[in-house]
Design a protein. Sequence first.
Length: 338
Amino acid sequence: MNIESFVLDSPPAANGEDLRMAAKRYTYEGQSPRDAITLLMFHAMGQHKEQWEATIEKLYTLQSRSASRIREVWTFDWQSHGESAVLNEEALKGDEKAAPLDCWAAAIASFIKSDFVKGHRLVGVGHSSGTVGLMLSTRLFEKCPYAGLILIEPSMMDEQIWDANREEIQPAFDMVTNAVMHRRDGWPSREAAHKYFMARFPWNTWDPRVVASFSEHGLRDSTDKDGKPCVVRKCPMIHEASAFQVNLKITWDAAAQVAKLSGVVPIHVVYGENIDMMPQVIRDGVIDKTKGRIVDSVTTVPDVGHTIVQELPDVVGSTISQLLDVIFTTSPEIRSHL
């Protein structure tokens, strides 16, 4: 698999500061038919673009056994996450509202309008908060730029769900925020950090390849309070801890886009069987037919919860591969070119 790194221009932050967005392109030697699909993949809160790599490897392996549906794959770091957070350190410093999810969506829209994917048939894949960025990116076009959408454990709701169920939903948000604010954030080395992760929840439930990826790409070199070398998380704690509060109302807009695009473009939803983070009421709301959110399929993966991409990357790859086969034969945008 060939991997290329890019630094892309991004619309300015909410505070007016210039931002950039780190991205990677994945291609497979001898396997990039021009009539196939280009995937754009959006990571979850607190994660980074390389978290998709084990899944991408599985995808390419499965697709190579038959007529490949994949032209290339792109992953992106939210401007406050991963390598983007390093690039934007000064612009984001001390301002948890500087790079909300609609800022990420605007950067993705700019990318889609660029020559990088001009003429490509795009399918968007998001996980958790990444599904919000994905859906928001569709608002910036008169016609949806995607031939299909795959939403994995989508973290979005409408205002009515929030108002009616706040007492149930708020504790789930608070639990994550408190966990972020009180966790360890620095280690003497990447090796020490990796050993720490492998011995503790939730990382010890992840696929070892994903833990290794987080240890390599989710951390950055720094110095501790005594001036000694150490590694810390690339995503500043303030941005991860405040993400739910900063982006709450933005998720309402994402949910509205699901209804707007229902029947226009294939939308496939993937859930983990275990309800361990997103309450059932949020899950039900994403696919509420009474509100016009009529998706093409709902897949439930057994024995896993919200961190399905981290825990079962091969299963996620197999699921996406199957859905791509469906999208390739059902998407009006793709069928019109066959």
